[in-house]
Design a protein around this ligand. Structure first.
Ligand SMILES: NC(=O)c1ccc[n+]([C@@H]2O[C@H](COP(=O)([O-])OP(=O)(O)OC[C@H]3O[C@@H](n4cnc5c(N)ncnc54)[C@H](OP(=O)(O)O)[C@@H]3O)[C@@H](O)[C@H]2O)c1
Length: 259
């Protein structure tokens, strides 16, 4: 069994997931990085960067929406490392074409819900079962599961209703997993990013640049992927070990409603 703790990060290839992988690597974790294409240039460069720090980076090709393939993916991670200490359910998508609520189509709705909600829920279920078994096998075991949701869990965006619904439901999933898993010694957290500069938000960059400058974000800047990664690292480290079931906002105050 691996002597170092192991973190699984979904959506590791770029953006927030990449920053989380690098942070946890620098905190002494070995990494199982999940993305749809395990040998993409992004994944290979992440692997090279983490390996320079002496980290064992194990790339896993998985579309998280394909719940029938979760078992194989988790089994391969266990075969490689023998343990899982942290799961960060980070992978998420927005519709390729932003459509008005009144033009919502079923295919896009199903795809976004499958990636953003169904995938993370069943992956958490699969990993939680392993963690419950592992707690008697691994010395000083401090497992945690994290769900990356969004400010869209509580903010209406009528051009991305699929994202709003998936993230609001994922927020409840985090709470229910926390409720069930606390007795098993597994802490569960929700991390809610605000506007973070990544490929996901690049399409709306100019719109959000303007809104941020006008004060939409009280701290008046875009978030960086590393802002989110620092929160994840702090939670994984156990700095907030008495706070299971908590929502961590990483949004520069976007959550503040001011009158
Ligand atoms: N950026 C923001 O402002 C913001 C705000 C709130 C919440 N979030 C949330 O933060 C998370 C990360 O967002 P991001 O901005 O970093 O997005 P991103 O830059 O688009 O990266 C998304 C990551 O998810 C992976 N991915 C996409 N679909 C996948 C699938 N079906 N199965 C497995 N992996 C998949 C992508 O890898 P491949 O394409 O290589 O598979 C990529 O690594 C998402 O859950 C998002 O909803 C982001």
């Amino acid at each position: 069994m691996n002597s170092k703790p192991v973190a699984i990060i979904t959506g590791a290839s770029r953006g927030i997931g990449r920053a989380i992988s690098l942070r946890l690597a620098s905190e002494g974790y070995d990494i199982a990085g999940i993305a749809r294409t395990p040998d993409s240039d992004c994944m290979l460069s992440l692997q090279a960067e983490t390996e320079k720090q002496g980290v064992d980076f194990f790339p896993v090709g998985l579309d998280v929406a394909h719940t029938d393939l979760h078992d194989e993916a988790i089994s391969s991670i266990l075969e490689h490392f023998g343990r899982i200490d942290v799961l960060v359910n980070n992978a998420g998508i927005a519709p390729i074409e932003r459509k008005d609520l009144l033009d919502l189509d079923e295919e896009t709705y199903d795809r976004v819900l499958a990636v953003n909600l169904r995938g993370p829920v069943f992956l958490a279920r699969r990993v939680a079962r392993e963690m419950i078994w592992m707690k008697d096998q691994v010395k000083d075991y401090k497992p945690s599961i994290m769900f990356v949701t969004s400010f869209l869990a509580y903010t209406s965006f009528s051009n991305a209703v699929e994202v709003c619904l998936s993230k609001a439901a994922l927020s409840m999933a985090a709470l229910v997993f926390a409720d069930r898993l606390t007795e098993e010694g597994i802490n569960v957290y929700e991390i809610r990013p605000g506007l973070i500069k990544t490929e996901l938000t690049s399409r709306s960059k100019y719109k959000f640049d303007k809104l941020i400058a006008e004060g939409l974000v009280p701290q008046k800047r875009w978030g960086t992927p590393d802002d989110v990664a620092k929160a994840v690292a702090s939670l994984a480290r156990g700095d907030w070990s008495f706070s299971t079931g908590t929502v961590f906002e990483v949004s520069g105050g976007l959550n503040i409603i001011s009158i």
